[in-house]
Write a protein that binds this ligand. Sequence first.
Ligand SMILES: *[C@@H]1O[C@H](CO)[C@@H](O)[C@H](O)[C@H]1NC(C)=O
Ligand SMILES: *[C@@H]1O[C@H](CO)[C@@H](O)[C@H](O)[C@H]1NC(C)=O
Ligand SMILES: *[C@@H]1O[C@H](CO)[C@@H](O)[C@H](O)[C@H]1NC(C)=O
Ligand SMILES: *[C@@H]1O[C@H](CO)[C@@H](O)[C@H](O)[C@H]1NC(C)=O
Ligand SMILES: *[C@@H]1O[C@H](CO)[C@@H](O)[C@H](O)[C@H]1NC(C)=O
Ligand SMILES: *[C@@H]1O[C@H](CO)[C@@H](O)[C@H](O)[C@H]1NC(C)=O
Ligand SMILES: *[C@@H]1O[C@H](CO)[C@@H](O)[C@H](O)[C@H]1NC(C)=O
Ligand SMILES: *[C@@H]1O[C@H](CO)[C@@H](O)[C@H](O)[C@H]1NC(C)=O
Ligand SMILES: *[C@@H]1O[C@H](CO)[C@@H](O)[C@H](O)[C@H]1NC(C)=O
Length: 419
Amino acid sequence: MKLPFIFVAAGLSGLITAQNSTNFITTLNSTFSTTGPRNLRIYTGKYGPPVEEFHYYYDQWPIGLAMSKQGRVFACYTRGTYAYTLGEIVNQTAEQAYPSLAPNTPPRGLYDVLNSIQFGSNDSNTFISVQALYITPDDTLWVLDTSRPTINESQAPSMPYAAPGGPKLVAINLSNDSIVRTYTLPPNVHYPDSCMNDLRFDMRANATTSGGGIAYIVDSSNEGRTGFIMIDLGTGESWRQLTQHPSTLRTYADVPSYHGLPFHLRQKGSPLNFQQEGLDGAELSLYGDIMYYYPLTSDYLFSIETRYLRANLSNDKLSAKRAFDNAKNLGQRGGNANCFLSDSLGNLYMLMHSQNAIYIYNSAASQAQPYIHDPRIIWCDSANVGFDGYLYFNINQLLYQPDWNDGGDGRQYPGLIWR
Ligand SMILES: *[C@@H]1O[C@H](CO)[C@@H](O)[C@H](O)[C@H]1NC(C)=O
Ligand SMILES: *[C@@H]1O[C@H](CO)[C@@H](O)[C@H](O)[C@H]1NC(C)=O
Ligand SMILES: *[C@@H]1O[C@H](CO)[C@@H](O)[C@H](O)[C@H]1NC(C)=O
Ligand SMILES: *[C@@H]1O[C@H](CO)[C@@H](O)[C@H](O)[C@H]1NC(C)=O
Ligand SMILES: *[C@@H]1O[C@H](CO)[C@@H](O)[C@H](O)[C@H]1NC(C)=O
Ligand SMILES: *[C@@H]1O[C@H](CO)[C@@H](O)[C@H](O)[C@H]1NC(C)=O
Ligand SMILES: *[C@@H]1O[C@H](CO)[C@@H](O)[C@H](O)[C@H]1NC(C)=O
Ligand SMILES: *[C@@H]1O[C@H](CO)[C@@H](O)[C@H](O)[C@H]1NC(C)=O
Ligand SMILES: *[C@@H]1O[C@H](CO)[C@@H](O)[C@H](O)[C@H]1NC(C)=O
């Protein structure tokens, strides 16, 4: 039935008043003419496959996660003041330093001060602040160390610049828990203000001329020099692409909502600010020919053919320009997301921390589709499909960390691995 205009107007003013929930029942009149409690529709925020609580974190808040073929589980933790930054899960409620405490203990501490400027430790033999983990099918654990810890987290937090030697990719052979190789990065590839955030691999012999495979690493630099860093794992040479391309930069002055709360960056000792992180999620297509990626604060999904990332100045003087010209915007995906992961069917899962959800990007249908949604997903961060076929992911309540909340820690143990 078509309602007369005047009635609609009255209904609108009723709704505006009704936003004060205290007087909701008495003010909202008109068509809702019953008396007594209303049977209102309530948003339950839940769908998707069943989940199991696999592990509880009680000591340190995790960031990265990786599952080995043998079912070993590894977590990493950005520091801070934590005793260790790389750990192995030992049972449902405990983790321990991996491979032991010594490699988690830089000899001069987490940072140095030179001419009153803080630099992260340049020690390439120990882990300083590990951000991400990955296990390749040959059971190598790859450890990505930013070497940029947070100093003074609850007072006036600062993040020291990286010094060459500190930022590194470390390969650990899980069959005898020993470091096989350490890749450090020169200062024209990893800038002092770079911050490596996640990593993916193509280990096929034809990915590089050396035949040793390639690592694709995202640089999420809060200072804004974002982009991709590639390492030829055979030669150890490294290079960048898409540096400061708009598709890798943070969205200008973004105010996302996390769990119904409009989010501004509130760092103690600093003015009100915005989320600063750039390029964050990255995942390869099933055959490694396309890289999908996005910055933390963007609602857009981007892609580029990986051949443009593999090219570099030594084999193509136009490689930077070609990469810039071939980044594609695939449109919006329905919210902010951080980590990306894939499975052996080619599904691309996006961790939608702003939506308490995981979505799938369906490249055939050119759109994001729902996978799981649950109010207990309080910032999903880092995920893996295990060799056992489960999808594992961390819940770390990152939005409540002191570094973003005026020094106050609103997180409540335990953190979780769900599967
Ligand atoms: C909400 O409405 C009630 C009843 O009219 C009033 O007492 C109260 O002050 C209002 N609250 C706000 C936040 O406006
Ligand atoms: C609701 O509608 C009834 C019937 O028109 C009217 O008597 C009553 O005053 C209205 N209540 C409010 C709060 O507007
Ligand atoms: C888990 O491991 C920790 C540390 O080794 C130990 O203290 C605890 O008792 C273990 N819990 C269970 C349930 O085995
Ligand atoms: C590492 O940093 C220390 C302290 O700043 C400095 O003395 C040392 O020369 C650096 N080592 C290298 C290899 O750069
Ligand atoms: C930590 O913050 C306090 C308060 O601003 C400051 O006095 C102190 O120097 C800082 N410490 C470090 C190690 O940066
Ligand atoms: C890991 O170490 C084992 C035993 O030392 C060896 O057999 C295996 O080839 C190594 N794996 C890799 C990837 O190097
Ligand atoms: C582990 O295995 C590698 C070969 O894969 C070997 O070079 C290394 O010495 C071994 N380390 C230990 C501690 O056994
Ligand atoms: C590597 O070989 C596979 C299988 O032959 C092929 O599909 C892929 O495109 C090749 N990759 C590159 C970078 O040439
Ligand atoms: C250039 O890329 C090739 C792989 O395509 C790699 O082998 C080589 O190390 C790279 N060179 C430099 C200087 O980065």
